[in-house]
Design a protein. Sequence first.
Length: 430
Amino acid sequence: MLLVAVLLLLVLVGSALHVASALGFLGAALSSIYSPFPLLKALGELMWAASSDFILLAVPMFILTGEILLRSGVTERMYDALDKWVGQLPGGLMHTNIAASAIFAATSGSSVATAATIGTVSMPNMRRHGYNPALFLGTIAAGGTLGILIPPSINMVIYGMLSETSVPELYLAAFIPGFLLAGLFSLAVWVICLVRPALGGKRSLPVGTLERIRSLVSLGPPLLLFLLVVGSIYAGLATPTEAASLGVVASLLLALANRRLSVAALLRAFEGTVRTTSMVMLIVIAALFVNFVMSTLGITDAVVMAMTRLDWSPLAVLLVIIAAYLVLGCFVETLTLMIATTPIVVPIITKLGYSPVWFGVVFVILIEAALITPPIGMNLFVVQSVRGQGPFRDVVRGSAPFLLMMLALIGLLIAAPDLALWLPRALSGK
């Protein structure tokens, strides 16, 4: 039964059907073939339950915050300010790309929005300062993936809902690994440019201490937005949904302060939010239906029992799961991969004795890896579309060193789980 489900899903996704349609058809087919009950009649109740889930209301709010920030002028000023601080390192503006991605990720919660925004701001500098196109583009594609790891993260909200895990705990767990991964990305650039200085382009002109201090003013708005959104969650003053609403209000105020708040800009932001939210929610509803069908038919329990009965160590099973995700990430769209597999994999992980909060961080890093692995890595296409011309292989080749850094971070998390679990335990008093 499981083999039929997997093969049917691969055929449907490979036939270029919309992801939600493919998942919905899979659920209906499994119900018709294997179930003695008309499971399709439960779809209406599942749709209502998903649509009225309070935690999922955070998704359109975070998306709208990112859409408004795209048009507020905050990003350009932030990028220039960061360049004054990190532009003198070997690799120059490539460090700026990563730092800007980390800060923008901490306000938008979206990988695609982060890659598109930083790519738009930084691309002219690649040509002007003679950077190696592959490595420069790789920093944008990989930096964009930080949008789903550094809090607030839309994917963390969805994982928390599907695995019944606390979203605030997930945000706390992702905080240290998120910024550590940004540091590993910069380390990779630094080492590569020390070995091959020609790849690092022209160094930025030296900047005085006073000018650097003055540039901190431009870093203030995004950092304050981060403290407002994530700080209110950590302090217990707001739920993730309420914090996301605060983010929308703050981003509107920033756009107004920069004189970028117009009716036309708002309409474009609303349109982008509706499009993205509709896509996400359709996939969520379809995946919930598939998971309901598989649970009712006993497929999920059978997989969990089969994995736990194997005479393998928990580490061996975990490594097999990680390897499977790395392979699947090359062929399955990331949101689909997350939604379709979370209800199956998380029970296996908890049976093996791993924390679902810790695995949430590892899982999101694996989803990040899928964003920059060909042939369907979303961030690769986003960066290539912003670039406008040149071979696609440049983006793929430039992202490879950062994929290795993601794997290195997963290794660190396996060796030292407290990298993810220390903050949740410390702040919860456990």
